[in-house]
Design a binder for this molecule. Structure first.
Ligand code: NDP
Ligand code: HSE
Length: 429
C-alpha cells in the first residue's frame, strides 16, 4: 500500500512535537497503522529555529511553501498547527479539504469560532477532520465520545479544561496567594502566556466546551451564547470561604442535558472535596462524562505541552490510516440550549459590603423573600480600616435567576450596602 504522506503547517510547540514523534516512532506507528506513515514536509516561518529546537532533518523543510503542499497530490493528511483564527488559517484549512486531503488540527479557537464550514466541508467531501488535540491536549475525550460511548446517551460533560487557570487557583488555594501573585508565578513558571486573557476569562475553556457540546449533544453554540465567567475576580477570601464548606474553587466547564435542553456554562464553581474534580490540581485537566447507561467516568491528564498535545495528533493520524470515514457521534441536533440561569445549584455567594448594622439581616431577608433556603452564613472578614465586611452565604439548591432577584432587592432596600457585585459561585457536589 502507498505510504500515508503527512505535511505539517507550523512547527512550533505542538507541530514540532508531532514531527518528533512521527520521526522517532515511524516504524512502530506504521505497524499500528497497517501502512507506512511518512512525514514528507513541514511549512514553518522560522525553519532553522525549528530544526534546532526539535532536532529535525533539514530535508523536511525543502519545497515547503503552503501553496506547494496544497498542490502536492501525494499529501494525504495536513496537520494544521499554526494556531489562531485568522482568515489565512481558516482559508488554508478549507483549501486542504477542497483538495481532498484529510485535516488534523489542535486549533480549538478556529474550530469553535469559525469551524462550521470546516466541519461541513469535511463531511461533504467524506474526509476526516481530526481534532483530538484541540480539547484538553493529551486526554482522549473526542475519540472517547466518538468511539467508546456510541452505545450511550451522554447526559453531562463537565471538567477542568484550562490548565493555566487551574494552576493559578491551586496556587491561591495552597499558598494563600492573591490572584495577582498567583498569576505572576504562573507566568514565571511558563504556564501563562504574556497575554493570558483567554485563559483567565474562560475563553479558552469555552472553545473546548463548544467543541464538546457539538460532539456530545449535536448542539451548535457560539461564544456569545455560552454563559461564561472567568477567574479574574476570585479573591483570597473567596478561596477561604470555599475551604470552609469543604470545597475548592475551580474553573468548570459544565454541560447537562435536562428534558431535551442542554444547560451549558463556563464559570468558577466551588467543587466539594468528595468530587474528584476538586483534587485535580496545578496545570492538570480533567473531564467528567456521565452516560445514561454507563454512568460516571473521569479522564485526567495533560491538557497542554509539546509531545503531550502532539500525541493526540499522531493518534488521529493512525486512526485515519486505519479507519477511513467514521460517522459522527451525534448526526442531528435534537436539543436546544437551555437558559443556564434557570438551572438549580446550591450556591456560595460572597458579599462585599459596607460594615453597617443590619447588613446581614437585609441580605438574608432578601434571599429568603425569593424562597431560597440558606444552608450557612459564614463568618465575616472585616477590613476595619475601610469599614468593609466580606462574608459568604451557602444556599440550598436555587436558580441564578432567583439570586439575581434577591440582589436587586438588596440594592432597593439599602442602596449603600453592597460595594461590589456579589460573587455567585455554583457549588458542585
Ligand atoms: P506556536 O506559536 O508554538 O507554534 C505555531 C508555529 O506556527 C510557529 O512556529 C509559527 O511561526 C508557525 N506559523 C505561524 N504562521 C505560519 C505560516 N503562515 N506558515 C508557516 N508557519 C507558520 O503555537 P503552539 O504550537 O503552542 O499552538 C499551535 C496550535 O495548537 C494552536 O491552535 C493552539 O491553540 C493549539 N494547542 C496548543 C497547545 C500547547 O500546549 N501549546 C495545547 C493544545 C492546543 P512563528 O513563531 O515564526 O510565528
Ligand atoms: N492555554 C491552555 C491551558 C492550553 O492553559 O490549558 C491549550 O489549550
Amino acid at each position: 500500500m502507498k505510504p500515508l504522506n503527512i505535511a505539517i503547517l507550523g512547527c512550533g510547540t505542538v507541530g514540532g512535537g508531532v514531527a518528533q514523534i512521527l520521526t522517532q516512532q515511524k516504524e512502530l506507528l506504521s505497524k499500528r497503522a497497517g501502512r507506512e506513515i511518512n512525514l514528507k514536509v513541514i511549512a514553518e516561518l522560522k525553519p532553522q529555529a525549528a530544526i534546532e529546537r526539535f532536532g529535525l532533518d533539514q530535508k523536511f523543510f525543502e519545497h515547503n511553501s503552503i501553496g506547494e503542499i496544497l498542490d502536492d497530490p501525494d499529501i494525504d493528511i495536513v496537520i494544521e498547527t499554526m494556531g489562531g483564527k485568522s482568515d489565512f488559517v481558516h482559508n488554508t484549512c478549507l483549501e486542504v479539504l477542497k483538495r481532498g486531503k484529510n485535516l488534523v488540527t489542535a486549533n480549538k479557537a478556529l474550530l469553535a469560532e469559525r469551524g462550521a464550514d470546516i466541519f461541513q466541508l469535511a463531511a461533504d467531501n467524506k474526509l476526516q477532520l481530526g481534532y483530538e488535540a484541540a480539547v484538553c491536549g493529551a486526554i482522549p475525550i473526542i475519540k472517547g465520545i466518538k468511539e467508546c460511548f456510541t452505545g450511550d446517551v451522554i447526559e453531562s460533560v463537565s471538567g477542568i479544561m484550562n490548565g493555566t487557570s487551574n494552576y493559578i487557583l491551586t496556587q491561591m488555594q495552597e499558598k494563600g496567594l492573591d490572584f495577582g501573585a498567583a498569576l505572576k508565578l504562573a507566568q514565571e513558571n511558563g504556564y501563562a502566556e504574556a497575554d493570558p486573557s483567554l485563559d483567565l476569562n474562560g475563553g479558552d475553556a469555552s472553545h473546548k466546551l463548544i467543541l464538546l457540546l457539538k460532539l456530545a449533544f449535536g448542539l451548535t453554540v457560539s461564544m456569545d451564547e455560552l454563559s461564561r465567567t472567568g477567574i479574574q475576580f476570585i479573591t483570597k477570601n473567596d478561596m477561604d470561604f470555599a475551604k470552609e464548606i469543604n470545597a475548592s474553587i475551580k474553573l468548570i466547564c459544565f454541560a447537562k442535558l435536562v428534558d431535551n435542553q442542554v444547560y451549558a456554562m463556563v464559570r468558577p464553581m466551588a467543587v466539594k472535596n468528595d468530587n474528584t474534580l476538586s483534587n485535580v490540581n496545578y496545570a492538570v485537566n480533567a473531564v467528567r462524562l456521565d452516560g445514561k447507561y454507563s454512568k460516571t467516568h473521569f479522564l485526567i491528564g495533560k491538557g497542554a505541552g509539546s509531545t503531550e498535545t502532539a500525541m493526540s495528533i499522531v493518534s488521529d493520524i493512525v486512526f485515519i490510516a486505519r479507519h477511513g470515514e467514521v460517522p459522527a457521534y451525534n448526526e442531528e441536533a435534537k436539543y436546544t440550549l437551555g437558559d443556564s440561569k434557570k438551572l438549580s445549584f446550591p450556591y456560595l455567594i460572597s458579599f462585599k459590603t459596607n460594615n453597617l448594622p443590619g447588613t446581614t439581616g437585609v441580605i438574608t431577608t432578601a434571599i429568603g423573600n425569593q424562597g431560597i433556603n440558606i444552608e450557612t452564613v459564614g463568618h465575616n472578614r472585616l477590613d476595619d480600616q475601610n469599614g468593609i465586611a466580606d462574608f459568604p452565604i451557602e444556599t440550598e439548591e436555587c436558580t441564578l435567576e432567583a439570586i439575581e432577584k434577591a440582589v436587586a432587592e438588596i440594592r432597593k432596600l439599602k442602596g449603600d450596602l453592597l460595594i461590589d457585585e456579589p460573587k455567585i459561585i455554583p457549588i458542585l457536589h
